[in-house]
Design a protein around this ligand. Sequence first.
Ligand code: SDX
Length: 392
Amino acid sequence: MTFCEYRPGLEGIPATQSSISFVDGQNGILEYRGINVEELAQHSTFLETSYLLIWGGLPTQEELDEFEHEIRFHRRLKYRIRDMMKCFPESGHPMDALQACAAALGLFYSRRALDNPAYIRAAVVRLLAKIPTMVAAFQLMRKGNDPIQPRDDLDYAGNFLYMLTEQEPDPLAARIFDICLLLHAEHTINASTFSAMVTASTLTDPYGVIASAVGTLAGPLHGGANEEVIFMLEEIGSVDNVEAYLDKCLQQKTKIMGFGHRVYKVKDPRASILQQLAEQLFEKFGRDEYYDIALAMEQSVSERLGHKGIYPNVDFYSGLVYRKLGIPTDLFTPVFAIARTAGWLAHWKEQLGENRIFRPTQIYTGPRNAPYISVEKRQSVQDQALIGFVTG
Ligand code: SDX
């Protein structure tokens, strides 16, 4: 079979068959294993939803209890990982710290047992359990404090907020944070999930798979947009400056952070839920100073760019929720990674089920049969590049 059409960004090209999630980008619908994400956000929890994504069905009470128990039991970090983190510069970005720590887990657990269900289960549990602890530990350590131990009496979301802030979280705040995790848990073949799948297809270890996905999520066109949105709102500073800011972006053709999506051509359903969650938090804990700017931006971008299908995506309102929960801005993307670990693991497991190594083709655009030029006869590569001779 030959497929010769080149589509930048592989737009519209199926990379796999999957039964994990479904997106209808024209109607703003997202389903996990066929269940609408809005229904899950109302009734489920992040861990129950992770179970659904990874094992393909909602767990019985007994199965859920066992899964939650295993995760509580594995939340602690090995002291060598903590010691390694002490050597990280405190000015480093927490996504880089997380990527290094996720990869380092592979040093501790044996490889190549991918046909053993117990190995798969242990990897799923360890990664879901330890990634939040890594993010919280880096936050405390870069402030010069010792990380605090997880608390077994707190649930997944509550324990993360506790490890981060050293205070027992308000129950509403913990529930809202849990829903945020659930909303970010999975989203078909996005860039980081594709990266996880490519890495998984070589049959390497799951820690390498997650580390590669974390590195991909970090970029500002993907998960990194949530922190960029806050920088943008800060820069705009007031509702009165919104129009001028958008004029500048459109003139200079720069991307407006938190808007646009390869698949959604309407408002991302997760953005609508996150906006409601932000409002619930504002009602209890006070309105965020940036919320009015965000509302004005949504209104104006929809008027100006709605014809191109550009509306708020998942990253637009999540930062306002996280700010109210007391999460530092540069931890927004690591929080996305905590949640998306569930989706990455679901795709890792699915990939192993019918694996074939990813090895696409290319359309070669360089010269053929070029002569080898001896060093004394060569022209400077830099000069040739300047006159457009050498590309790339
Ligand atoms: C996530 O894929 C997923 O599912 C990702 C995600 C997940 O859950 O995994 O949903 C999470 O990554 C959300 C996206 C976060 N990124 C941003 O908010 C950054 C800003 N957004 C864009 O850069 C952009 O919209 C992307 C990266 C999200 C999508 O890029 P595409 O599909 O390659 O679209 P494009 O850049 O080719 O744009 C198509 C057109 C262009 O106009 P024309 O040249 O055709 O006239 O839309 C315009 C673009 O200029 N456009 C924007 C815009 N996004 C698209 N114009 C201004 N601001 C924007 N944000």
